[in-house]
Design a protein around this ligand. Sequence first.
Ligand code: ADP
Ligand SMILES: O=C(O)[C@@H](O)C(=O)COP(=O)(O)O
Length: 428
Amino acid sequence: MSTSRPLLGCIADDFTGATDLANMLVRGGMRTVQTIGVPAEMPAVAADALVIALKSRTVPAAEAIAQSLAALRWLQQQGCTQFFFKYCSTFDSTDAGNIGPVTDALMKELGVDFTIACPAFPENGRTIYRGYLFVADALLNESGMENHPLTPMTDANLVRVLQRQTESKVGLVRYDTVARGAAATQERFTALRSEGVKMAIADAVSDKDLFTLGEACAELKLITGGSGVALGLPENFRRAGLLTAVGEAAQLPKVDGLSVVLAGSASKATNAQVAEWKAKRPAFRIDPLALARGEDVVAQALAFADERIKNEPVLIYATATPDEVKAVQKELGVAKAGHLVEQALASIAAGLRQRGVRQFVVAGGETSGAVVQALEVRALRIGPQIDPGVPATATLDDQPVALALKSGNFGSVDFFEKALRYLDGKTA
Ligand SMILES: Nc1ncnc2c1ncn2[C@@H]1O[C@H](COP(=O)(O)OP(=O)(O)O)[C@@H](O)[C@H]1O
Ligand SMILES: O=C(O)[C@@H](O)C(=O)COP(=O)(O)O
């Protein structure tokens, strides 16, 4: 039986996370469309999976819940039968949320009493063992994520982290259980349920574990996690005879125009990528303190771009070291600093579009949210993968814009150059 209705409905708490998940589902053979926020109408493209990108990771919990429930209801109206709440593979959140509160709200709305929480993404170095999240060889709280500007992660024990965000009982599906396969994992789900556990952190150290978890979750109405746990989901639909069309990365339209890189992430990876670019190409630094003083930094950045962009792409960045970010935050406050930088990059993106830029590489999840909103993007077609977790995309409209939305911590050191090649239609 083939279906023209979407099967899997996904809610992502940020924009780079949404493209990461969409990329994973496309690789698994699901035709996937990503929308920016809850769309007014269903995009006119066949899709097995829909991914709604929200910017709800760092907003107050009540707002994140309201946005997520609106997304869930829209996905239900489209006919989706299983739902996925996507958050960061480094579990980015604060003690106030939003992973716990949003999961609670989605469970209540769906009338379910159990789900898993699994941010593991081994291909990008995120593994979970006995509830502890590792980033490559370091525990989460020693990985650089303890310095994140908005969601510093200072505890690697995810059972503890999630328990601080919810009154629901949090449990653990340990690695030795997952290693015994899908049936053993489902038995553990049942046992945890009988103990009153509503959310279980699930260990996973390899893609094999993620395929096992995916299979074990076939009957769960709600799954929560990073993009990794979505690895095993397409096979469930295929096994049930619901996925007959062959999904593949979309052939993106040829998007001609000027190109730019915008970086608002202060992660270790983005710092290295900015340094690599600056050694060869023009770059303009945004100083948050100058923004706070009311200087017209947006006009300065656009003037810098105007002089160069017809000859070569430029980078405009706020990326800074942890000490520099802390100094700015001390002066301005965390939220104000983040907001000023995001709004500046968003205004610069809008100005650059007016100047003929059609290829945008953006680094940072919150930053991508602000930029994509300023560009009034409504939906994205998912193209080939540039680096694990980051596909090339193009807007689904008559005059497409090509976008690569890069999670702060993803991508090789030469990611910016590589992404520009992909957005230009090359894949090497
Ligand atoms: N130099 C800086 N000082 C203070 N805040 C900054 C600076 N550079 C970036 N930021 C803010 O840090 C946050 C980074 O978040 P995000 O864009 O999601 O990146 P990541 O993907 O690394 O999490 C944004 O709100 C951004 O505006
Ligand atoms: O799961 C991940 O790591 C990413 O998909 C993600 O959510 C990225 O968030 P940012 O690091 O804030 O870009």
